[in-house]
Design a protein around this ligand. Structure first.
Ligand SMILES: Cc1ncc(COP(=O)(O)O)c(C=O)c1O
Length: 379
């Protein structure tokens, strides 16, 4: 059996949707499908505005520009994340300040965030790790009390909820990623969501070369003005059509993800030395973009487990190594970093294969091989 970490869930409707745009012979770049996709996302999450981008990373960069962050400004981020999170402030010459995480959600630890706030802090940017809401209600309170902008990097967690409210709607703005390992996918892609009209208007300019939008640029014969230096961070209609078709299936695919996660939880939780990912309480609704266990013995046993599973045809991966330890940050960071929990957890975590159509045979194979590994370990 060969089980990859993730597989894309797709159907004939995805093919039909893309084909329809292609066969129209028009509007491959801009067109109504984009607004339809944006309206669908905004409606799904219950937020005023959505703007799609050609990646989660370009959505993040655009947000940093739209807020006007720059040299001397600090943005508090986790180190237990994908590198795009701390890169975002760096794109505009602002400084990422790393704060520690907490054990249950793998999200920013509100207590450590408070310690990292200075007179230079402009924003707090937590992530919702692998489909698990972080302690976003507490972080919102801190942001409000200190008059800071709260930006949710919800790249991995479309549809996750806290108290019935979707992640991405707690902060002043949020991004999602539609890269091919995410909850639903367009291959590459992303979006910003916000209730802030002024921010939305600014983001529209940044997304499309600073061009003052007036209908469809490609069919409007008028010459338009350009305000500010923007980029081409647009999503094409071909991609938006795929996104629309994909997001229409997201309730179904999320339910399948959750069922597989529950199966793993039931069957793995009694293994001595493993902690399975369980939300702190039933206010948390996780969508399991990833399924990450902790191996309490730490790095050596975790790495042995990964190797053992690889030999059995099961791909696993470490999400995440602390990003502040990468070479790119070593020269850049001019402050000492002590992130004890990040350090400890990053040596324990291993993500197992999880995707909507993971079969019962595949689930059992993974469970049985993990049991076998720990049985040998404990002899
Ligand atoms: C937490 C986090 N932020 C940002 C991104 C960047 O998204 P993209 O890959 O679409 O640029 C990712 C993608 O993996 C992510 O996991």
């Amino acid at each position: 059996m060969d089980i990859p970490l993730f597989k894309i869930y797709w159907d004939e409707e995805d093919v039909r949707a893309v084909k329809e745009v292609i066969c129209s012979g028009m509007h491959w770049s801009s067109g109504d499908t984009i607004e339809e996709f944006e309206e669908k996302i905004a409606g799904y999450l219950d937020v005023e505005y959505c703007l799609v981008f050609n990646s989660g990373g370009t959505a993040l960069h655009s947000l940093m520009k739209a807020y006007g962050f720059g040299p001397g400004d600090e943005v508090i981020v986790p180190s237990f994340t994908f590198i795009a999170t701390p890169y975002a402030p760096m794109y505009v010459d602002a400084t990422p300040i790393f704060a520690d995480i907490e054990k249950e959600t793998f999200g920013l630890d509100p207590g450590d965030v408070i310690k990292k706030i200075t007179s230079k802090t402009k924003a707090i940017m937590p992530i919702h790790y692998g489909g698990m809401p972080c302690r976003i209600d507490e972080l919102k309170k801190i942001a409000d009390e200190h008059d800071l902008i709260l930006i949710e990097d919800a790249a991995e967690s479309f549809g996750a909820k806290l108290d019935g409210r979707s992640v991405g709607t707690f902060g002043h703005s949020a991004i999602f990623s539609f890269c091919h390992n995410k909850v639903f996918t367009t291959g590459e892609g992303g979006c910003v969501v916000t209730d802030d009209k002024a921010l939305y208007d600014e983001l529209r300019l940044i997304r499309s070369y600073g061009r003052v939008v007036n209908g469809d640029y490609f069919t409007n014969p008028e010459n338009l003005d350009y305000k500010g230096v923007g980029h081409n961070y647009r999503m094409s209609t071909i991609i938006a059509a795929l996104g629309l078709s994909q997001v229409n299936k997201v309730d179904k695919t999320t339910e399948l993800r959750r069922k597989s996660a529950e199966y793993f939880n039931r069957n793995l939780k009694n293994i001595d030395g493993i902690v399975v990912p369980t939300p702190p309480d039933d206010r948390y609704h996780a969508v399991y973009q990833m399924y990450t266990i902790r191996v309490l013995d730490g790095e050596d046993t975790r790495d042995d487990l990964m190797k053992f599973l690889k030999d059995q045809g099961i791909t696993t991966r470490i999400y995440f190594d602390p990003v502040h330890e990468y070479t790119v940050f070593k020269e850049y960071l001019e402050y000492d970093i002590e992130l004890d929990m990040t350090k400890e957890l990053s040596k324990q975590v291993v993500s197992l294969p999880l995707y909507p159509h993971l079969s019962k045979e595949e689930l059992d194979h993974i469970v049985n091989k993990i049991k076998e590994f720990f049985k040998r370990e404990r002899i």
